[in-house]
Structures are given as C-alpha cells and as structure tokens.
Design a protein around this ligand. Structure first.
Ligand code: PFF
Length: 458
C-alpha cells in the first residue's frame, strides 16, 4: 500500500501544514491567558525553555518515526518493533485524538458563533461591561442546542478538508490559511501597540514577575508545551509519514517551533496591548478571549471590524489544528484497516462530533455528566489529554527511541536530507533523556497529586 501513499506537494506545504497543526487555540487563547495569570515574562521564559528542550526533541522524533515507516502511529510502532507492545503508544495517540477533538470542536463552534455575533454588531451593547459579556458567554455555552449547532458546523468543515486528502485538503488549506493568520495577527498587534497606553501591555507580558511564578505554573508551562506543538499523540508522526527522504527534518522542526512560538507571542502582544489601552483586567484567565475582548473591542474605532478579524483569525488557527487531529484517526483506518479516506473521515468525524455534543451538554445544556473527578465531562477531556495522555505519549516516544529502536538507526534516518548539517549523536541522546525524565517527573507529580491530594512540586 505504501507505493500509493499520499505525499506532500512541497517542502513549504509540509512546514505550513505542520505549523498549522501547532498554531491553534492553544497559542491564541491558552498561552496569553496562562502568561497573564502566572508571572508574565517569567512564565514565558519557562515556556520557551520547555519548548526548546522537550518540544524540539519530540517533534524531531515524531517526524523521524513517521518518515521512516511511512505509516501513521499504530502501524509505525508496529513496523519498528514488530509483535511488541509498543503499538499501544500508537493506540494511545488515536485515543488522544478522539479525546482532544471532542472538546476542541466545541470551542471551534464557540468561535464560529463569535464571528457571527461580531459581524452583526452583537458586542456593541457589551461595551465596557465585562459582567454583561460574561453573562452572554455563560448563557451561550450552557444552553442546549445553539453551541451544538455551531460545533457540528465546525466539525463539518474539518471533515470537508480531510476528505480532500493530504495534498488537496490539508496542504492546500494550510497554504491558504497560515499566511492569512500571520498577516491578521501582525495587523492586530500593530493596532494594539499604537493605541494609547498599549505599550504597557507589552511590559505586562514580557517583564518577568518571578513572585507570580509558582511551581504549578512551571508544570503548566510544560504540559502546555506539548499541547501547543501538537506533540505526544502522533500528529507529527502522521504528517511526517507523507514526506519523502529529501526533507531536512531538523530545520523543519525548528521552523514549526519558531512559527508556533512567534505566533503565540504575537497573539499575546495583540491581546494585552488592547487590554491595557482600554483598562481591562489582564489576569482574567480563560475569560480573556470570550469575555474581556467582546467588552473592549466596541470601544475601539472600527471595533466591529477588529473584533471580526480577531475571531476569524482564531477560527482559522483552530481549523488547521483540528484537521490535524482528525487526520490521525483517519490515517489509522486507512493504513491499518484499508478503509477509504472518505469512509474513515466521515464515520469517525461523526463519532467524535457525537462525543463532543456530550462535552457541550456537560457544561449545563441538559445532561448532567458532572461528577467524575468533580469536573464537567468537557473539563475531564481537557484535563486527561493535556495532563496525562500527551505527556505520556511523548515520554514513551522518547523512551522508544532510546531503548527499543536504538539511537543509531534513529540518527541514520534523521541524517537523511540533512546534507552537511551536523548534529552529534550525544547531543540528541542527551536531549531525549532530559525530555523523558522531565516529563516522567511531571506525570508522576500529577498522579501523586491526584492520589495524595498534594503535589511534590506545585
Ligand atoms: N496545537 C494545537 C493548539 O495549540 O491549539 C492543539 C493540538 C493540535 C494538540 C493537534 C494536539 C494535536 F495533536
């Protein structure tokens, strides 16, 4: 089957698709709100260190495994370690894709609703009134039908893109959407910086306030570095599997990380300059996007346009990430079960949408799913994936290379396409060991916290 395997059309297309997966709600919503609450620049320093030390090693590892095997995660681990239990790391990835996309699709739906609201001038009567904006947001997400309707629409768009395949769907749309995301964000950041008082937002975001950086914020930064670069569930294995051997995997990984980080910073700049210029609360946390921004955009000249552009940008970023999650599931059924792309995408896209409907309902829309771990089903899915499933997947990938596949074979594959760029084996090995150790400790810490009620750190 591998002879007819789909391939990326160009190097640039691959880099834009992989960075499209990385750049998502995590960059534009999660990072700014986390940094705002956890020490600004101090959080950013830790986040950057995690991405450089842990993130980079695992992105490269996933690309290498994917390109070597030309298979999605389950098949890839099975091919490199036949008959062993390592294929379960691949299954964990497919399961993580299910879990993440179910709640990610719900948030994608909220974004669509906010695009429509902003176009229709729906934020105008929320001007300067975050309480009213909060009530509107809560009213919406806890209602039964409306969020589900938008979620189904969002998931329908993901299915539409994935059915068109690797080159005709993922690559084509990433090439269109990624440049627009970058331009829109740059425009919004410049707008924010030129507002009176906007520059104070920059010092809030970048000046390190170490007194606000708790140990649990460090743990948060590490978990987020997996989520933001789409690591630990085989997305990058799957994307790497559509590559030929000419691509330099090290520079590709550096590009993905650079774009992901730059876009998160730019989003932070766009948001905090505006928040400061208009005197809103910068440490609002998750409410920053759906509550604070709708209450401050109407105060800007041309506010409707700025608000609409912002939510369109967020939607594009969410879509290029969501399709990569669906592709992991689709590729599994194509590679391992021989299904057609259309059948796999439509069937499993629909099943994930149905699970997502329950995530949405769990926020108040009728079905009481609260109780497990004392959180809503929506929060459980978020918690399980970012605190356990992705870090465990990432750690096992590093251990797999060190203990099962072997560094020598790994380096042979990595060196293909690297021309004369030299990367010492020892350095790669050290990074993988550090990554696995740090992540292992963080997972242990989290489990200890759940059992003992207090963390070793944090
Ligand atoms: N990286 C995406 C974001 O920052 O929003 C989320 C994500 C996509 C996580 C794909 C995991 C994944 F496999």
């Amino acid at each position: 089957m591998s002879s007819q395997r789909e391939q990326w059309g160009s190097k640039l297309g691959f880099i834009l698709a992989a960075s499209g997966s990385a750049v998502g709600i995590g960059n534009i919503w999660k990072y700014p709100s986390m940094a705002g609450q956890n020490g600004g620049g101090a959080f950013t320093i830790v986040y950057l260190a995690c991405i450089l030390i842990v993130g980079l090693s695992i992105v490269v590892a996933e690309f290498v495994i994917g390109r070597k095997t030309q298979l999605s995660p389950v098949g890839a681990f099975e091919k490199l370690a036949p008959g062993s239990n390592w294929k379960w790391v691949g299954f964990l990835g497919v399961a993580s894709a299910f879990v993440i996309l179910s709640f990610y699709g719900v948030v994608g739906g909220w974004i669509l609703k906010y695009i429509i609201d902003s176009i229709l001038g729906g934020f105008n009567n929320l001007s300067g009134n975050p309480e009213a904006a909060g009530a509107v947001f809560n009213g919406f997400i806890t209602s039964t039908y409306s969020p589900v309707l938008y979620q189904v629409l969002f998931m329908g768009l993901c299915i539409f893109v994935i059915v068109q395949g690797v080159k005709g769907g993922i690559e084509k749309w990433s090439k269109i959407l990624m440049p627009i995301i970058i331009v829109l964000l740059a425009v919004l950041a410049i707008r924010g910086m030129t507002l009176e008082g906007g520059m104070e937002g920059l010092s809030f975001l970048f000046n390190p306030r170490f007194e606000d950086l708790t140990a649990s914020a460090i743990v948060l930064a590490l978990g987020h570095s997996f989520f933001t670069v789409s690591l630990g569930m085989g997305t990058m294995i799957t994307y790497g599997s559509y590559l030929n051997r000419e691509q330099n995997l090290m520079t590709s990984a550096l590009w993905v990380i650079l774009l992901d980080t730059a876009i998160a910073m730019l989003a932070g700049v766009a948001i905090f300059t505006t928040v400061f210029a208009l005197g809103a609360n910068p440490a609002e946390g998750p409410g920053l996007i759906f509550v604070i921004l709708p209450s401050i955009f109407p105060q800007l000249a041309g506010g409707t346009i700025w608000a609409t552009l912002f939510f369109i940008l967020l939607f594009m970023a969410a879509l290029t990430s969501a399709i990569s999650i669906l592709e992991v599931v689709t590729a599994y059924f194509i590679d391992q079960k021989g299904w057609s792309r259309k059948k796999a995408t439509i069937q499993f896209g629909s099943i994930i949408t149905i699970v997502g409907v329950f995530c949405s309902f769990s926020l108040g829309g009728g079905v009481n799913l609260t109780g497990f771990l004392g959180m809503s089903f929506f929060d459980v899915m978020d918690y399980l994936s970012s605190k356990y499933m992705l870090p465990i997947g990432g750690m096992l990938t590093a251990i797999f290379i060190l203990h099962k596949w072997g560094l020598k074979e790994y380096m042979n594959e990595l060196r293909e396409g690297m021309n004369n760029m030299s990367v010492p084996d020892k350095l790669v090995k050290t990074f993988l060991i550090i990554a696995a150790t740090i992540v292992g400790f963080i997972i242990f810490n989290e489990i200890y916290f759940t059992i003992a009620g207090k963390a070793l750190i944090g």
